[in-house]
Design a binder for this molecule. Structure first.
Ligand SMILES: C[S@@+](CC[C@H](N)C(=O)[O-])C[C@H]1O[C@@H](n2cnc3c(N)ncnc32)[C@H](O)[C@@H]1O
Length: 326
């Protein structure tokens, strides 16, 4: 690594926050729609011409915009990912990933390293924002999960734990027209998921189960329980308790599917999964990323008999065929 690359790392937060500001100002969408001149961009966004021109020049220098004869336009990448007209628009995710709470948490990283975590975890309004802004990132993962786990078009009941935007349950509903989905999360988060369910046209096949994964009675037996990006918020003891509760709510032969960051045993690769451990340290009380071996041992401790990794993100464990339910 050169000194110059290191200096760019020192200032990396500027890159995220410039993208967040651009997203908050709808800048890429406006430029994509043909508003490429500073005076018009400034008056449309109700900001100073000096401010918007410095931001646009920065984004050009960083490779997100093109500037020719004083007019800005989108690069192929920013057209694909950062303009709201694109079907692969993921821009809003930066508003969650670089939100004030997370940035503040990272400003206190030294204390969190010392303590081994944060005093608090994400609050309700952060999860509402997550449900609004992270859905575009979740969609491809949810679809590939559904592709590997949905093997029947017959009637199945599915519990989508901590559903967030609801896209994981909805991806199962899309692949199996007889699947009935129960989505569990807090009421305001479920309101966001309900809007996604309405758009997906699943009708009465999607139902809300407002509550808390540890306290709320799951209400019935399920063929499939989904826990996407949930277990990394908890320590091993909490996860074993949660997995045991899931096992008790599964029909014999039913499956619990985890979708999560799963680093290699070295805990330093792949980069995204390994790096997520630091996000958990900075932003949660007890959250961690777990290796497949660690998930496997927590699932077995909870009573699951068969645990398999189906792809990079997806771990499936089966309930024993002859489990005795009360
Ligand atoms: C990281 S998001 C995951 C959402 C979605 N499953 C996904 O993978 O994108 C975590 C979600 O868990 C919910 N959550 C956290 N703790 C919970 C609990 N104890 N009971 C119910 N939901 C919880 C939050 O409201 C939030 O929607």
């Amino acid at each position: 690594m050169t000194a110059q690359q290191l200096i760019e790392d020192f200032r990396a937060f500027e890159r995220s926050l410039a993208l967040r500001a651009a997203m908050e100002l709808d800048l890429f969408t406006r430029i994509g729609a043909g508003t490429g001149r500073i005076p018009v961009l400034a008056s449309d966004s109700r900001v100073s011409q000096h401010g918007i021109s410095v931001l646009c020049d920065y984004l050009t220098a960083q490779g997100h915009l093109i500037k020719q004869k004083g007019r800005y336009s989108l690069t192929p990448n920013s057209r694909k990912y950062l303009a709201s007209s694109s079907p692969t628009f993921i821009g809003p995710a930066v508003r969650f990933l670089a939100n004030n709470e997370t940035v503040k948490a990272f400003c206190q990283l030294r204390e969190r390293v010392k303590r081994g975590g944060s005093r608090t975890s994400a609050n309700g309004s952060e999860w509402i924002n997550f449900a609004h802004w992270m859905a575009p990132l979740a969609r491809p993962v949810a679809e590939s999960m559904a592709e590997v786990i949905v093997t029947t078009r017959g009637p199945v009941t599915v519990l989508d734990l901590a559903a967030g935007h609801g896209l994981y349950g909805l991806a199962v509903a899309a692949r199996n027209p007889s699947a009935q989905i129960f989505a569990l999360d807090s009421p305001p988060v479920l309101a966001v998921a309900a809007e996604n369910a309405r758009r997906a046209g699943v009708g009465k096949r999607w139902k809300r189960l407002p509550g808390d994964v540890f306290k709320t009675n799951f209400g019935r037996l399920y063929d499939l329980i989904l826990a996407a990006n949930l277990a990394h918020h908890f320590d091993e003891t909490e996860n074993i308790r949660l997995f045991a509760k899931c096992l008790a709510a599964l029909k014999p032969g039913g499956q619990l599917v985890l979708v999560d960051f799963v680093p290699n045993p070295d805990r330093v690769s792949p980069v995204a999964d390994a790096s997520f451990a630091l996000t958990m340290l900075a932003t949660t009380k007890h959250g961690k990323v777990y290796t497949f071996k660690e998930y496997s041992s927590m699932l077995r401790a909870a009573g699951f008999s068969s645990v398999r990794r189906l792809d990079r993100w997806v771990i499936r464990s089966l309930s024993p065929k002859k489990i005795a339910h009360p």
